[in-house]
Design a protein around this ligand. Sequence first.
Ligand code: TRP
Length: 331
Amino acid sequence: MKPIILTGDRPTGALHLGHYVGSLKNRVAFQNDYKQFLIIADTQALTDNFDKAEMVRDNVIQVALDYLAVGLDPQLNTFFIQSQVHELYELTSYFMNLVTVARLQRNPTIKEEIKQKGFDESLPVGFFCYPISQAADILAFHADAVPVGEDQSPMIEQTNEIARRFNHIYGGNTLKEVKSIIGKIGRLPGIDGKTKMSKSLGNAIFLGDSSDDIKKKVNLMFTDPNHLKVSDPGQVEGNVVFMFLDFFDPNVEEVNQLKEHYRRGGLGDGVLKKRLIEILDALIAPMRTRRQQYQSDLGYVRKILEDGTRDARAVAAKKVEDVRAAMKLVY
Ligand code: TRP
């Protein structure tokens, strides 16, 4: 039996290179050695997009297309839609009793998000509680591991606290504590050099972007504002094109030589951008092709989601049975 991974995404938009670097690439690498459940977390997306339900709905299929585009095999992985696995709501209800408001308020991830979104007094209870629902996602599948970015590790701690408390109060080893696999790869900046690539910041390169989109976006990237003439010495630090080459150019040796040349002067931005455009296009081209293939057969994609959701439900239902038994909710 392969160890189990539970991970996924909120369907608030098509996925981009930031997702690829931060998680999708790892998932592709893990798919032979782990049984991966990939949750398309529409219920969670609604916690801060409740007035955009249609947008969330439409993006479920976009996320599934992106999973297929990067090469996640639906035979090896279970893709499922969170809202359709009703067992998760039940687990969330029971777990809500095990977490205090004070504890949630201390969760650094949620604390930061509440601040960022400027919720103040209008903080929806649903949003505040999403870490509990996320714990239910993980614990429902008896997951061994969750690959997360560093900023998500408080979510894993919260999940394990719930598991321990549940097991302590209701007995047994009903729930399994999970390990986080923290990605070694850093966070990809946006094409504007901002710390995070994000659809809402308008600085993303999407996995379905055309060659032309890629070209335009790379050409928009900031380099060194003081590097006016090719012969001028240029700065590598903070130069977005070099940041991207560090992430995507497999030839580290050559990139180092380019950096030296750029610092000395005599190397134009155009040469660097052309190189980056070629590298990104070579990475994205096969994804784009696969995405288009599946896009023209959406019935098949829906079937993958339907089958995956049914399988996920069967697994979660077994866990709910164990949970009810432990809680003596058997009548
Ligand atoms: N929080 C994740 C995101 O923002 C989505 C998600 C929902 C998730 N449930 C999860 C991730 C459980 C890992 C484990 O994209």
